[in-house]
Design a protein around this ligand. Structure first.
Ligand SMILES: Nc1ncnc2c1ncn2[C@@H]1O[C@H](COP(=O)(O)OP(=O)(O)OP(=O)(O)O)[C@@H](O)[C@H]1O
Ligand SMILES: Nc1ncnc2c1ncn2[C@@H]1O[C@H](COP(=O)(O)OP(=O)(O)OP(=O)(O)O)[C@@H](O)[C@H]1O
Ligand SMILES: [Mg+2]
Ligand SMILES: [Mg+2]
Lengths: 232, 232
């Protein structure tokens, strides 16, 4: 389902003298329906890898295929289409996952609205999704009126609203207590099984990573190992 | 140093029918120079408690004293002064800790500039603080050009720039891998010992909480126990 070869990403800026080789030759394969985690130190390139898979940033070099689309060859318009239709994302920075001025129920409805889902159907589905993540008593709250963990859960419901084939989640349990994190992971696994969604989760938490099918380790912009949990 | 009695905070909004009793009678004492953690489920009131101690929001009722100031009795101007001079804060939402358009070295300098520190002295101190949190090779980066963990570390350096008497940190290790989290906590403890800063850290991580002098447990807006780590 996903194939990555020799992926390189260098952040460069002419105005400042910044030049950061964030990804230095990533190789990765993910089968359809797999639920994998990527683990690694701060600054090792995890978010950058997700940004590329989400079509949010272009590779500097390398081959990246998601399903039947070679995303390193897309132009801006094609990449925007890919982003909106194929991928559900939950970012590390909470303000990127929700529109801060809208109640969360409208946030969850928005991806469905863009796809032309009827008003009744999206209201029903939005309530279901928010109930699944434990937020049925907060559906009219706007993000500033929620706790950190509630914002993250609302973001997850929004990422799944348009039933994407690929879910990319950057630290989805970062703001959650262990009890809520566990519930969320059970929900992820159920979705993964019942809808066959392929999911890549970035996490710092080995306990969380151990709930997935496969663990990939990244260090300094390169893949340094598979299933490190067994070796730890 | 800190004394809280019967603290109540109810979020209310007349336009929507939201009424959330976030804190339902908090009692807490913290001695000068103590380094305590507050642990509890998502939505239990941790951030709300910190917002009140930071002078960012007013109590609905109750007594709150920090050092020799009774903060529940302050007017808006006095509260703004208290915020700027007495407290260093690191919030759960990264965009609140830094000015997103400025390089991080200027972010760290800003609190010192507001206090009239000379240009040479604040440049020197800002570099030292950023070095302490492992960011000496990123000082010219702006927050969008940093990883999640790097943003958090830059936020911590900024919180300490004006040498506050009280440090409030909401999930300071949330975005960090266990290695970087451990280093950060060692740094917190050193500061706590050498400067006598009183520090309150909110965390979901029992491992992290166990590095502090005292653990306070909060559930549904009330304190439900002390030092739960020993009972676990
Ligand atoms: N826009 C950018 N411009 C320049 N450098 C960048 C930019 N974005 C990220 N970097 C740098 O690239 C490296 C990798 O960043 P990335 O966000 O992928 O790390 P990460 O593995 O997600 O880290 P964390 O666990 O802290 O979130 C970091 O050292 C960071 O400073
Ligand atoms: N501005 C607001 N208006 C209405 N309700 C609010 C507001 N801010 C927070 N709440 C509610 O108050 C409760 C406590 O929120 P708080 O942010 O203090 O929780 P928390 O313990 O920090 O949770 P987390 O661990 O998820 O960050 C939550 O249920 C939340 O929905
Ligand atoms: Mg990241
Ligand atoms: Mg919080």
């Amino acid at each position: 389902f996903i194939e990555i070869q020799d992926l390189i990403k260098i952040y460069e800026s002419k105005e400042t003298f910044i030049r950061v080789p964030a990804l230095r030759g990533i190789e990765l394969q993910v089968k359809k329906g797999e639920f994998i985690s990527i683990i690694g130190p701060s600054g090792s390139g995890k978010t950058t890898l997700l940004l590329i898979l989400a079509g949010m940033t272009e590779p500097s070099a390398g081959y990246v295929r998601v399903d039947d689309i070679q995303i390193d060859k897309l132009d801006d318009t094609q990449r925007a289409y890919y982003r909106r239709n194929h991928v559900g994302t939950l970012w590390q920075l909470p303000t990127r996952n929700l529109i801060w001025e809208l109640p969360i129920i409208e946030n969850v409805e928005l991806p469905m609205r863009l796809l032309g889902v009827t008003r009744e159907e999206r209201k029903k589905r939005a309530k279901e999704l928010l109930k699944e993540v434990g937020l049925e008593h907060r559906i009219e709250h706007k993000p500033p009126q929620l706790s950190g963990g509630e914002v993250q859960r609302a973001g997850l419901a929004t990422a799944l609203a348009h039933q994407p084939k690929l879910l990319l989640a950057d630290e989805p349990t970062g703001e959650l207590d262990s009890h809520t994190a566990e519930e969320l992971l059970i929900y992820f696994r159920d979705l993964n099984k019942s809808y066959g969604i392929t999911a890549i989760m970035v996490t710092h938490d080995y306990f969380v990573a151990s709930k997935t099918n496969k663990i990939v380790q990244i260090v300094d912009g390169r893949i340094s190992g598979y299933n490190p949990a067994r070796e730890l």
